[in-house]
Structure formats: structure tokens, C-alpha cells
Design a protein around this ligand. Sequence first.
Ligand code: 13P
Ligand code: ZN
Length: 270
Amino acid sequence: MKDIRTAPFLVEICRTCDNMYRLGWDERNGGNISMLLDESEVAEYIDVNAEGRVLETKFDAAYIGGRYLIVTGTGQYFKNVSVSPETCLGIIKIAEDGKSYKILWGFEDGGRPTSELPTHLMNHIVRLKADKNHKVVTHTHPTNVIAMSFVHTLDEKEFTKTLWRMITECVVVFPDGIGVLPWMVCGNEEIGVATAAKMDTRRCVVWAQHGIFGSGTSLDEAFGLIETVEKAAQIYMMIKDSEILQTITDDNMKDIAKAFGLNVREGYLD
Ligand code: 13P
Ligand code: ZN
């Protein structure tokens, strides 16, 4: 077996957690990441038939039955992931019937996956149905997105259009728009169902006064999407109380959409 610390997926998830921590998005244990892995990727580093703790998914995850994921642990700090990946991360395999999963590697202090695992798994299911190349779900607490959720309407179309107007390339990065959920109790199936209901046609959902979920075909894609939303929210928070002398109009965005061949969310541009 090769040393798992050299596995590209492990190296990259550690780098991503470091980056996010340094951006100030993941205070304490805030945030969590999960990434689908192929058996061939995992089998180079761990015994995929090893015994391990079995825990319930508490919902039907049969659509991803038999799949492997690397996931951050509940209560673990992003700042510690690259220092102690064996404790802060785990590799799990979803049972074929989707009712449970087995911990094959990691969580060495007896820990378990993030409390947001239901939302992660439900999002993986809806995103895989929308895009067979989907791989990553990332949750984090970006400062300006949270701030914006206090002072901006939570209407999804208005929220999305405000963000699109903040940087020319926002509509290029997320033409599918941003889903928004009002404040809810986190860490349970209910918020998972509500998030997944929005993620089926979008890759990003804001949880008001809490944070954001982003998805993508790689760690970079999910991170880059959230990074773009957060930068747009930062600009909004900087300028919202200033006199606006010029902006990006719907016609401008239609021109960008035409130039870049974008599939902009239906009904969002006048
Ligand atoms: P976990 O420590 O369980 O991953 O929770 C962090 C978090 O951000 C909850 O929304
Ligand atoms: Zn959170």
C-alpha cells in the first residue's frame, strides 16, 4: 500500500482546508468538505475490505450505494486538517442499500463525519443526477456572504442578481444562480432536504446567517465558486451604502451571456 499522505486527493483536501482557514471562513470547527472517490483511487492507499465502524445514514442514500467519500470530521478545526489528516478526515463507504456507511480510514480519535453529512450526501445525489462528473460538496462560513444575508432580501432572484452585478464575471461563474434558505436549524435531515431541493438546478446555496454550500467537479471548482460569491458579497457590503453612479445592467449581462454562450437561469434577466 502507498502512503496515504501522498495521495493526490488527500494532499488537495488538506491544501483546500488550509486556504479556506486562512481566508477566515472556517472559524473553530466551522465548515466541512466531502469528495466522492473511485474505488481504484482509494484501493492504492487503504484496504477497502477492512473492518470498520458502521453508522446509519438515517435516510435513503442508495443512489450512491457502494461509493467512497473522503469527508471532514465533526468538531474538527480546518486549521488542523493538514497537520493531522488521520484525525480530522475519514474515508467512508456507503452501503449498497444506502442505509449505513462504514468508516474505512481516519477519524483516529474515535470521531465521526461532519454533522452536516445528511446535507452533503443529499447534495451529492442531486448533483450527480444533474452532472455525472460531479465530485465535491463544500460548506463554509464566508464572512461577507453571512453579512449580506442580514441586510439583503433573501429573494433568490434578487440575491443572485445583486451578486451578478458586483463583478462582470459572476454571471459567467454561476449563470445557474444562487439558492437561498432562510435561517434554519442545521445538522439535520430537514435542512439537507431543503438544500438538495435547490441544488438540483444550481451548484450553490446560501444558508442565511450561517454560511454557504457549493458543489463542483473538483475541489478547485467548488472552492472557486464559493470564492467568487464571497468576493461579490464583499463588494456589495463595501458599496451598499454609497451612491451608485453606474452598474452592470441586464443588457450588459445578456451581452456577456451571448459572448460566452452561457445558459443563464430562465427568467432572471429582464
Ligand atoms: P461540523 O463540525 O459537524 O462539521 O459542523 C460545522 C458546521 O459548520 C456546521 O454547520
Ligand atoms: Zn456551518
